[in-house]
Design a protein around this ligand. Structure first.
Ligand code: ARG
Ligand code: ZN
Ligand code: CA
Length: 247
């Protein structure tokens, strides 16, 4: 792109308790994180190990909250699962805005342990978008450590733009598995919490797993990069299956 690609965003807050009805300010804190992380303007980018600095990418994607792009819906549903109910007015959630034009983000109480989930390109239009737990959204208010830096949404938007987990999405714990990205090292499986560099698996010595990638499972303060290969994959998505977002 000549200028950064701009994606319009609508955030649907679906709340059962008043606490879950998060503030506009908290929503804006999340949009700010997306804009920093996808432009490599995140304040923690200096933590990328020097051996991978060359690979760390400005993905050249901007996010803009649409006019009146925060909706608020009270629900009888105490907690949602991964069945897309939150995306449907009939099921106790709220219907999407046109998914060919907007990235829809639903924020709600998700079942224990679930931080978020995303739909990859090519799925049904009425359920397109990402869902984020209100405890892992933005950087203030109801956001709870260690998931209070907005990285769950960065990760889920990565999926929405066709990125797989860095460890691959097929068989778990296999070195044969791939994320279809050349410049991310093969790694055995997910990393959690706050690993120390280097962490070796799958003959990937000396540098080991790129666990500080947004598409691993580490804590928010331990992930701070996309690679150029991942940026290229997201760009291809915005020129291909998600081109209508930029029109
Ligand atoms: N486990 C979730 C998923 O696979 C999200 C993980 C996000 N990690 C984080 N540190 N916020 O989609
Ligand atoms: Zn994921
Ligand atoms: Ca790879």
């Amino acid at each position: 792109f000549a200028a950064p690609a701009k994606i319009q965003v609508v955030v649907h807050i679906v709340y059962h308790t008043p606490t879950e009805n998060i503030s506009d300010e908290q929503v804006r804190s999340q949009i700010d994180v997306l804009n920093a992380d996808f432009r490599r303007q995140n304040t923690d980018k200096g933590k990328v190990p020097s051996v991978w600095e060359e690979l760390a990418a400005d993905c050249f994607i901007d996010f803009e909250l649409a006019p009146d792009g925060i909706t608020r819906t009270q629900t009888e549903v105490a907690s949602f699962g991964t069945d897309n109910a939150v995306k449907s007015t009939e099921m106790g959630g709220i219907d999407a805005w046109p998914t060919d034009k907007y990235l829809n983000i639903w924020v709600c109480n998700l079942q224990e342990g679930l931080l978020g989930y995303a739909q990859f390109p090519g799925g049904p239009s009425d359920t397109d978008g990402v869902v984020i737990n209100f405890r892992a959204f933005g950087t203030m208010g109801t956001a709870e450590a260690p998931f209070n830096l907005g990285r769950t949404t960065t990760h889920e938007v990565g999926h929405y733009l066709n990125l797989s987990h860095i460890f691959g999405d097929g068989r778990s714990n296999s070195c044969e598995d791939t994320d279809y990205v050349e410049d991310t090292p093969n790694q055995l499986g997910p990393n959690y919490e706050k690993p120390t560099f280097p962490k070796i698996s799958c003959n990937n010595a000396p540098h080991g797993d790129m666990f500080m990638n947004y598409m691993d499972y580490v804590d928010d303060d331990s992930m701070f990069m996309f690679t150029k290969g991942q940026a290229a994959r997201m760009k291809a998505t915005l020129l291909g299956p998600r081109a209508s977002l930029l029109a």
